[in-house]
Design a protein around this ligand. Structure first.
Ligand code: NAP
Length: 259
């Protein structure tokens, strides 16, 4: 794992170790400045080429801006990138391998609840695809998708996704505070609500639109709230946010052909 000391890199490392998917002695991680004091049984290095040379699979966990200075030969290796916005072709060109997976886990890898869409170059064998599915299943739920445009869209929808329920919760808390509810009570009410709503959705596996419709059909206070939120542009705001993330992801993909 190149960048294995970062937020996502270390969450991925914990997930695959906890799942027993990789033994600590088979895991190599790289850092940039100081050797981290975690995953002590794994191999740590600041030499990314040395890491690639001793690995069959290289997971690239640096930020897109840092990747621009990273020139590591991965010929014959499976490269799995978790970087937002960087398409398959520049990854393949830069690292000299035909076996490339572009993926996008999200912050809930930390609790093994990530949703991870991924796409692979034709050079990735079925055996390697089975490996990739198992890797991301150790982190939550995964789907292989078939277009890089979908990957750019998922950058906003799920990659950035953990921020959005937090945004909703923050807006609800602000409203509660403006009405004089004490902060500790408002926080408890809102946090419990978001967690409980997620668990109910998990338990019933219903489509969100069915949940909304059930509340609308009930014709109570919730229906009035939903209608007022929609009239104020709730869905337009969501669509604008997801479009902005999609466009940002596409812009990250403007990579010079050769370094
Ligand atoms: N965090 C998320 O929720 C999330 C979600 C989806 C996708 N991603 C993608 O995951 C990638 C990592 O994100 P992050 O949030 O984990 O960022 P991060 O916390 O900044 O981690 C990046 C790590 O890479 C290290 N690094 C940079 N250049 C390096 C090099 N040349 N050699 C070795 N290590 C190097 C950094 O070291 P220093 O400590 O020295 O800077 C840092 O530890 C990004 O490309 C992002 O698009 C993240």
């Amino acid at each position: 794992m190149i960048g294995g000391n970062g937020w996502l890199g270390s969450a991925l490392a914990s997930a695959v170790l906890d799942a027993g998917f990789v033994k600590p002695q088979d895991l190599s991680l790289s850092y940039r400045s100081q050797r981290p004091h975690r995953f002590d049984e794994a191999f740590w290095t600041s030499d990314n080429q040395a890491l690639a040379d001793r690995s069959d699979v290289v997971v690239l966990c640096v930020r897109p801006a840092d990747w621009r200075d990273l020139n590591v030969d991965m010929k014959g290796k499976l490269l799995v990138s978790v970087m937002a916005g960087i398409p398959l072709d520049p990854l393949s060109d830069r690292h000299r391998t035909d076996c490339v997976v572009r993926s996008l886990p999200h912050a809930a890898v930390e609790i093994r609840q990530s949703y991870t869409p991924w796409i692979a170059t034709p050079g990735v064998s079925e055996e390697a695809r089975i490996f990739v599915r198992a890797l991301f299943e150790a982190c939550g739920v995964q789907d292989e998708v078939h277009s890089e445009t979908d990957m750019d869209y998922f950058t906003g929808l799920s990659g950035s996704g953990p921020a959005f329920p937090a945004l909703l919760a923050d807006a609800m808390m602000r409203d509660a505070l403006s009405r004089g509810i004490p902060v500790a009570i408002a926080r408890r009410a809102v946090n419990t609500l978001i967690i409980g709503a997620g668990r109910l959705m998990e338990m019933h596996e219903t489509c969100p639109s069915e949940i909304v419709q059930t509340f609308l059909d009930y014709r109570g206070t919730t229906a009035v709230a939903i209608e007022a939120m929609r009239a104020a542009g709730f869905e337009t705001a969501i669509a604008c946010g997801l479009t902005a993330a999609f466009e940002k992801s596409m812009s990250l993909g403007d990579v010079p052909k050769q370094l």
